[in-house]
Structure formats: C-alpha cells, structure tokens
Design a protein around this ligand. Structure first.
Ligand code: ZN
Length: 204
C-alpha cells in the first residue's frame, strides 16, 4: 500500500480505537507496511486526533526516511513483527483495561481461550471448540530485548493474530488494515469476556 493510503487508514483506525477507550492518555501506537517500508505513529500524540504529520516513515531496513517527532520506543517491536510475520501489513498496539489486567492475572506465558463464538472473528479459526493460545510476554522497557523474546518464541511456535505484553497491552496484526481491526476488536472482546468470567467465578 502507498504511504498516503496507509496513513489515512491508521488515522481512521485511531479515531475508532480511541472511541473504544483502548488508547488512553496518548498510549498505544499504530503502523503499516508500505511499498517503500513502514509508517509508524510518532510518540506522544492523542491517537484519536492523528494527522499526517504525526507519522514517521521508515525504509525497509527500519531507518527513518521522513517525518518529524520522536519515534515511539515501541517501533522496534512493530518492525520485528513485520519481519516475523511475512503477510502482516498492519500492526495496532493498544492499552485497554481488559488486556492490561488479564495479562497480569494470568501468570503463565500463554492465555488460553476456548468456547466463544467470537473466536471466529480471527482468521483461520472456524469453531468455538478450537483453543486459542495467545502468547504473553513480561513487560520490558528494553524494547530490543522484548522484540528478541517475541522472535525466539515465534521460531518455536508461530504466533497468530496478536500477542499480549503483561500489564501493558495488546499488539494485533493482520494482512490488511481492516483485518487487523477485526482481530483487534475480536481479541479485545474475548479478553473482556474472560475477565468477566473470572470475576463471576470468583464470587461463586
Ligand atoms: Zn504500549
């Protein structure tokens, strides 16, 4: 996709994601793979009010080509996901309450989800009887190190749809911006359901 189209898609996604309450206080970041490299949101802007000047353009090797502002520290993780997942063209990273809390509550390195019709919102999942395995990584301010951990895990077991960062949020990806939005919305719905289920079961 062309840079201009990619930026338009991410601005539109930002308005929607912001309305959902998944990127509070300028949190989160978005990116897309383009014909010449990648576009990524610059750090520190309200993701519901993005404009073209709030994006940085990187070449295929991750070097800044144009744009002003500070690249988000998490840009490294976006670029790493594009390297690992050959057909990913968009990554949406959010800081929702459900993703933040659930990833802290689950102590293991995998969130297992089964039994929900909405699992079918994720490409390749055909039944509520399938089991989703969403990898959880401990949060790390050293993003290079975090990206390495994601890469190592991916080499052992390919990751699909998205990953959780503990106490932090979700990185969702897809083959198009609209597929990525569907994966993001589907996963956020499932996280919210799991959180409600865990709370209810604790009261029984
Ligand atoms: Zn983040």
């Amino acid at each position: 996709m062309q840079n201009r189209y990619a930026i338009e898609q991410l601005i539109e996604a930002g308005v929607w994601i912001s309305q959902k309450g998944w990127v509070p206080a300028t949190g989160g970041n978005f990116s897309a793979r383009t014909d010449s490299g990648f576009v990524v949101t610059a750090s520190g802007y309200d993701k519901g009010q993005l404009a073209p000047e709030h994006f940085l353009q990187f070449d295929c090797h991750g070097q800044i080509e144009s744009g002003t502002g500070k690249p988000s520290a998490e840009t490294e993780l976006h670029l790493s996901i594009y390297q690992l997942v050959a057909d990913a063209t968009c990554v949406l990273h959010t800081h929702s309450v459900a993703a933040t809390v659930l990833s802290r509550f689950i102590k293991s390195d995998t969130l297992t989800i089964t039994g929900y019709e909405m699992q079918k919102s994720l490409t390749g999942i055909l039944s509520h009887e399938e089991t989703l395995q969403i990898a959880i990584f401990d949060n790390d301010q050293d993003i290079e190190q975090l990206a390495e951990k994601v890469a190592l895990r991916y080499q052992r077991n390919p990751l699909y749809h998205g990953v959780l960062i503990r106490g932090h949020g979700l990185y969702a990806w897809g083959r198009t911006p609209s597929e990525t939005r569907r994966h993001l919305e589907g996963l956020e719905f499932l996280f919210a359901c799991e959180l409600e289920r865990i709370k209810l079961e604790a009261t029984l």
